[in-house]
Design a binder for this molecule. Structure first.
Ligand code: ADP
Ligand code: TZD
Ligand code: MG
Length: 576
C-alpha cells in the first residue's frame, strides 16, 4: 500500500480505495447503491455508476436507508446505503436500526473524517466517532483503515448482515482510505467473494419430534406466519406445511400473501376467535412482541391455556415472552422440510368442529364488511377508498403495496387481500412513519413491479420530497395520499381558541397532487372511490410516476387507529 501522493512507477497498474470498494461490492453481486452524495463519497457514487452499478441518489439519507433496508428484505442480500459523515451518517442510522429491529440485512457505509483529528476532538469537518455511535444500534460494526483490508471489510459486513438472524451492519470508511493506492493485481487478490453467506441452520431431530408431538395433540391448532417466513423465501415449504397440517393460520402484516389471503385455511377475518380459542399456537418467523400482545392478555383467552411451538433462527427468541413448549431453532426452510418428512402420509386433520367454527366466523365477518367496501361516499371514508384499492390489487396481484399511516395502515391491512409473497411492505416492527417513499423506490428498483404506496397524509409528509426521486428515475410508483387533513383525524381544535391549529391538524383542503406536478409527474385529485379507482388503474397501465390526492372525510379516523390503547391516559384531564 502507498499513499496517493507518493511517487509511483508510471508503468505499474494501480487501483485505489474507491475502486476496491466498488469491486468488492460487485464481486458479491451487490450491484445497487442507495445514497446521497457529498464529501468524501461523491466520487464513490460517480465511479460506481461508471462501473455499472445502479446508483439511486436520494434527497435525504433516511429514505436511502429505508430503501436499502427493504431491498434487503426483498432480496435476502444486504441492501447497501452510502452516506457522508456525521449528519448524513446519523440520517442513515435510523434506517440501519430499523433494519436491525426488523431482522433485515443491510449495510450502511459512511465516509468519516480523519481518525487522528476525530480522536483528539480537534474539530474536523463533520467530526464524529461514528463507529462508537453505530455500535449500539446495529448487529455489527467495522472500520477499514487500509486499502488491502477493504475486501475483508465488505465480506465481514456481508456475512454479519445475512447470517443467523439478519440485521444491519455499519461499515466505517475514513476519507483517506478512498485515495489509498495499491497494485491493481494485489488489490484484486485481496477481495473476497463470500461462499455460502447464510448457511442453513438444520434443526435437531429431537426438536422436530417434540414439535410434531405437540402439534399432533392439538384440538384447536393455529399457525401464525410472520415476516421472517416471508423473508426466508421458503414459499413452497410454507405452503406445503400449512396445507398438510390442515391447521387454520393467520399472517402478520408483512406475511400476508405468503399463501393467498383467500386460502380456505386463512383465518384472518376470525383473528379474535382463533387467538382466544386456540390450544396450540405455532409461530413461524414471528415474534411474540407487542404486535401480538406479548402472547398474553384478554385477546389470548385464559392464561396458560395455550402451548406454543416456535420456529426461529435465533435461539434467544425462545421464551422471550411466553414459555415455549416446543422450540424449533433453525432456518424456516430446513425446519419445515424436516417437519414435513416427519409428518408422513397420514397426518390427522384438525377436528372438524374447530374448522367449522372458524369458517362460519370468517364468512359472517366478510359478509358484514362487504357492503361498506362498496360505498361511493363523497368525501370518501376509509372503507370506500380501500374497497376500490382492494379490487385493483386482486386484479393485479404482482403489484407491491407499500402502506403507512395510522387509520390508513390499520384499515388497509385488514381490508386489502394479498395474493403473493413479499408484496406488502409497511411500517414493520417499530410502527415507524417515514418508510413510504424509500420502500416504494426500492420495491420498484429491485423488482420492476408496479408499486402502489397507500399513505396517510402525515405518514407521507415524512418522505414526501422523494417523489422527485421517483420522477427522476421514472419509477412505476403510484402514491395515494389518504388526505383526511391530519394525524388520525382532521377535526381537532385548539382548546384555548387561539390562532394556532391543534397539533394533529394539517392544512385544510391541501392538494398533495400538485407537488408531483413540479417534477413533471402525474397528479390527480380523487374525491370518490370511482375517481380513485380510475386514477390508480391509469397509473398502473402507464407505469408513470403518479400521486393521487384521495380526499378522505376528516371525521373518518379514530385516535391512533387500532392501537389507541397504547396511549398513556392523563389522570388530571382528558378533554373530549
Ligand atoms: P412479524 O412482525 O411478522 O411478527 P418478526 O419480525 O417479529 O415478524 O419476526 C421475524 C422472525 O423471523 C425473527 O425472530 C427472525 O429471527 C426470524 N427469522 C428471520 N429469518 C429467518 C429464517 N430464515 N429462518 C428462521 N427464522 C428467521
Ligand atoms: N414519528 C415516527 C417516526 N413514527 C411514528 N409512528 C410517529 C411519529 C407517531 N405517529 C404514528 O404512530 S401514526 C402517525 C404518527 C405521526 C401519523 C398518523 O396520521 P396519518 O394517518 O395521516 O398518517 P391517518 O390515516 O390520518 O390515521
Ligand atoms: Mg391522516
Amino acid at each position: 500500500m502507498t499513499d496517493s501522493n507518493q511517487d509511483t512507477d508510471a508503468t505499474q497498474n494501480l487501483t485505489d480505495g474507491f475502486h476496491l470498494v466498488i469491486d468488492a461490492l460487485k464481486l458479491n453481486d451487490l450491484n445497487t447503491m442507495y445514497t446521497v452524495p457529498g464529501i468524501p463519497i461523491t466520487d464513490l457514487g460517480r465511479m460506481a455508476q461508471a462501473e455499472g452499478m445502479r446508483v439511486i441518489s436520494f434527497r435525504h439519507e433516511q429514505h436511502a436507508g429505508y430503501a436499502a433496508a427493504i431491498a434487503g428484505y426483498l432480496t435476502k442480500k444486504p441492501g447497501v446505503c452510502v452516506t457522508v459523515s456525521a449528519p448524513g451518517f446519523l440520517n442513515g442510522l435510523t434506517a440501519l436500526a430499523h433494519a436491525t429491529t426488523n431482522c433485515w440485512p443491510m449495510i450502511l457505509i459512511s465516509g468519516s473524517s480523519e481518525r487522528e483529528i476525530v480522536d483528539l476532538q480537534q474539530g474536523d469537518y463533520e467530526e464524529m466517532d461514528q463507529l462508537a455511535v453505530a455500535k449500539t444500534l446495529c448487529k455489527a460494526a467495522f472500520r477499514v483503515l487500509n486499502a488491502e483490508d477493504i475486501g475483508v471489510g465488505i465480506a465481514r459486513a456481508y456475512r454479519a448482515a445475512v447470517s443467523g438472524r439478519p440485521g444491519g451492519v455499519y461499515l466505517d470508511l475514513p476519507a483517506k482510505l478512498f485515495a489509498q493506492v495499491m497494485d491493481a493485481e494485489e488489490g484484486a487478490k485481496s477481495l473476497i467473494k463470500v461462499v455460502d453467506p447464510s448457511p442453513a441452520h438444520i434443526p435437531a431431530p429431537a426438536a422436530i419430534d417434540r414439535a410434531l408431538d405437540v402439534l399432533k395433540c392439538a384440538k384447536k391448532p393455529l399457525i401464525i406466519l410472520g415476516k421472517g417466513a416471508a423473508y426466508a423465501q421458503a414459499d413452497d415449504a410454507v405452503r406445503s406445511f400449512v396445507e398438510k397440517s390442515g391447521s387454520p393460520y393467520i399472517a402478520m402484516s408483512m406475511a400476508k400473501g405468503l399463501l393467498p389471503d383467500d386460502h380456505p385455511q386463512y383465518a384472518g377475518a376470525a383473528r379474535s376467535l382463533v387467538l382466544k380459542e386456540a390450544d396450540t399456537v405455532m409461530l413461524i418467523g414471528a415474534r411474540l412482541n407487542w404486535l401480538l400482545g406479548h402472547g398474553k392478555g384478554k385477546q389470548w383467552g385464559e392464561p396458560g391455556s395455550k402451548k406454543f411451538i416456535h420456529i426461529d433462527i435465533d435461539p434467544r427468541e425462545m421464551d422471550s415472552n411466553q414459555p415455549i413448549a416446543a422450540p424449533l431453532v433453525g432456518d424456516i426452510e430446513s425446519c419445515l422440510g424436516a417437519l414435513l418428512d416427519g409428518m408422513g402420509d397420514s397426518w390427522p386433520t384438525p377436528p372438524a368442529e374447530w374448522m367449522a367454527a372458524i369458517r362460519e366466523k370468517v364468512e359472517t365477518n366478510v359478509a358484514r364488511m362487504a357492503p361498506r367496501l362498496q360505498n361511493n361516499n363523497v368525501p370518501m371514508d376509509f372503507h370506500g377508498a380501500l374497497g376500490a384499492l382492494k379490487a385493483i390489487i386482486k386484479e393485479n396481484p404482482e403489484t407491491i403495496l407499500v402502506n403507512e399511516g395510522a387509520n390508513t395502515l390499520d384499515f388497509a391491512r385488514s381490508i386489502i387481500d394479498m395474493y403473493k409473497p413479499r408484496k406488502r411492505l409497511d411500517v414493520g416492527t417499530w410502527g415507524v412513519m417515514g418508510i413510504g417513499m424509500g420502500s416504494a423506490i426500492a420495491a420498484a428498483v429491485e423488482t420492476g413491479n408496479p408499486v402502489i404506496a397507500v399513505e396517510g397524509d402525515s405518514a407521507f409528509g415524512f418522505s414526501g420530497m422523494e417523489i422527485e426521486t421517483i420522477c427522476r428515475y421514472q419509477l412505476p410508483v403510484c402514491v395515494v395520499v389518504f388526505n383526511n387533513s391530519g394525524i388520525y383525524r382532521g377535526t381537532d381544535a385548539n382548546p384555548t381558541g387561539g390562532a394556532d391549529p391543534a397539533p394533529t391538524v394539517f392544512t385544510k383542503d391541501a392538494r398533495y397532487d400538485w407537488m408531483i406536478k413540479a417534477f413533471h409527474g402525474v397528479g390527480v385529485n380523487a374525491t370518490s372511490p370511482d375517481e380513485l379507482s380510475q386514477a390508480v388503474k391509469e397509473a398502473i397501465a402507464s407505469g408513470k410516476p403518479t400521486l393521487i390526492n384521495a380526499v378522505i372525510n376528516p371525521e373518518a379516523g379514530t385516535e391512533s387507529g387500532r392501537i389507541g390503547n397504547l396511549n398513556p391516559q392523563s389522570v388530571v384531564s382528558k378533554k373530549k
